[in-house]
Design a protein around this ligand. Structure first.
Ligand code: HEM
Ligand code: NAG
Ligand code: NAG
Ligand code: NAG
Length: 410
């Protein structure tokens, strides 16, 4: 049985704060989006300020304007799956590729410090940067490997991963922080640090800054030479998938059930837009088609709070709720505690309780933050090496949103 506790009352009190109204017109420049959100009692200040652009990254016109199928970038080159299930923890410096934690110790020794300065100040100005960065990193790695393909901006000549619908809400602040980091790096050591490594390092800096563990990040990734708009939808997990289907995706890429559950702990940060969980709270029907006021696996107070908060979401699709209603801006194991209590936001979160393959891990991480941090660290390190390109398989981009030479060169 689900364990309920007094914290539920706190959660209900927090519901006003759980909802962020993010208004960002498509015409707004990258990362300049504005968010107004009600900061209720007890919400960490950091989590309350928000600057997150839903789909503001790229002028729509550019992507929409006349591009025939003939001008597309070749379907993403098959990603070499380097980090298989049995691959030892990579820090050892062996394969995959030639990644190593001190890859830049001679060529750009201050690389991490430079990136940290940029992203930390971005995070202080816009506290949703951390969540955005983590999600961008996950999407980059999960689609054709950690190769910065997700950063390529679509132009009128070629589509890219950013064109895919699922990328719509990848926040502009994370992209902006990467662009700024890269500019600073190019001043100090031009042409040396890849955008894929910037993403990996920036993600770690932000996980640590929000209270999470500092895990090893081997370096030396090259940036991709292609980015396909069709790749993300086939390979990224959706909010309406079953846990079984999500596990299939992870297992197919060489990740274990445990790694899937640990990585999902990233939902301790950030938001989801109402449409991602609307089917749980409006016109709900169970598998047999039987209607109910809301998904019965949800805590009723939580469900009602979300119903109220998302009431206008069809008119205003930018309304979003915190993934972790209890400690939204802190990287901790509260995400799992929430799941035990029916406070998981996405059905994919909550279903990890129903599914007996994942429930023991949810219980373990909910009970033991150290266990979560240890497993998250190892899983992030492995994710960060998934499908990486080294040597001639890639390049060091001069700017992260364009190939040095190719159809997306701006
Ligand atoms: C296990 C399957 C997963 C599913 C089905 C899933 C789905 C989603 C969805 C639907 C959103 C809301 C997007 C929006 O409305 O803008 C979201 C947000 C997020 N996801 Fe996941 N995700 C999964 C795994 C992961 C993993 C492995 C990571 C990172 C390691 C991650 C990091 C995040 C973060 C940080 C956010 C918040 C983004 C923000 O506030 O800008 N997710 N995810
Ligand atoms: C999941 O959502 C997508 C788009 O939001 C939709 O096209 C698809 O049919 C849905 N899949 C399931 C299994 O409901
Ligand atoms: C929590 O997990 C860590 C790491 O697995 C372990 O060393 C520790 O004994 C656990 N603590 C408790 C109270 O079970
Ligand atoms: C299919 C789709 O809506 N793609 C969008 C993805 O995001 C980019 C950048 O915001 C848009 O230009 C695309 O139209």
């Amino acid at each position: 049985m689900r364990r309920l506790s007094l914290l539920l009352l706190a959660a209900a009190a927090l519901l006003a704060a759980a909802v962020a109204v993010v208004r960002a017109g498509p015409e707004m420049p990258q990362a300049a989006s504005v968010a107004g959100m009600g900061a209720g009692p007890g919400v960490p200040q950091a989590a309350a300020a928000a600057g997150m652009g839903a789909g503001t990254q790229v002028p729509k016109a550019a992507a929409a304007a006349g591009m025939g199928a003939g001008t597309q970038v070749p379907q993403a080159a098959a990603a070499g799956v380097l980090a298989g299930p049995g691959v030892p923890q990579a820090a050892a410096g062996g394969p995959p590729g030639k990644l190593s934690p001190d890859f830049y110790s001679q060529t750009c020794p201050r690389a991490e410090r430079i990136i940290a300065e940029v992203v930390q100040s971005k995070q202080m100005a816009n506290p949703t940067t951390a969540a955005g960065m983590l999600r961008v990193f996950f999407h980059d790695c999960f689609v054709t490997g950690c190769d910065a393909s997700v950063l390529i901006a679509p132009t009128r000549f070629a589509k890219s991963e950013k064109d895919a619908e699922i990328n719509h809400s990848l926040p502009g602040d994370a992209f902006d922080a990467v662009v700024r980091s890269k500019l600073a790096l190019e001043l100090e050591c031009p042409g040396v640090v890849s955008c894929a490594d910037v993403l990996a390092l920036a993600s770690r800096v932000l996980v640590t800054m929000t209270g999470g563990p500092r895990y090893p990040v081997p370096l030396g990734r090259k940036d991709s030479l292609s980015s396909s708009p069709t790749a993300p939808d086939v390979e990224l997990p959706h909010s309406n998938f079953t846990v079984g289907r999500i596990l299939e995706l992870f297992l197919a890429k060489g990740f274990t059930v445990q790694e899937m559950v640990a990585l999902s702990g990233a939902h301790t940060l950030g938001f989801s837009h109402c449409q991602e969980f609307a089917s749980r709270i409006y016109n709900y029907r169970d598998k047999t088609g039987k209607p109910a006021p809301f998904d019965p696996t949800m805590n009723p107070g939580y469900a009602k709070g979300l119903q109220a908060a998302c009431k206008e979401y069809l008119k205003d699709p930018t309304i979003a709720a915190f993934n972790d209603v209890m400690t939204p801006g802190k990287f901790d194991n509260m995400y799992y505690v929430n799941i035990e209590r029916g406070l998981g936001l996405l059905s994919t979160d909550e279903d990890m309780w129903s599914d007996l393959r994942t429930r023991p891990l949810v219980e373990r991480y909910a009970a033991n933050n150290t266990a979560f941090f240890d497993d998250f660290s190892r899983a992030m390190e492995k994710l960060s090496m998934y499908g990486v390109k080294t040597g001639a398989d890639g390049e060091i981009r001069r700017r992260c949103d364009a190939y040095n030479d190719g159809p997306n060169t701006v």
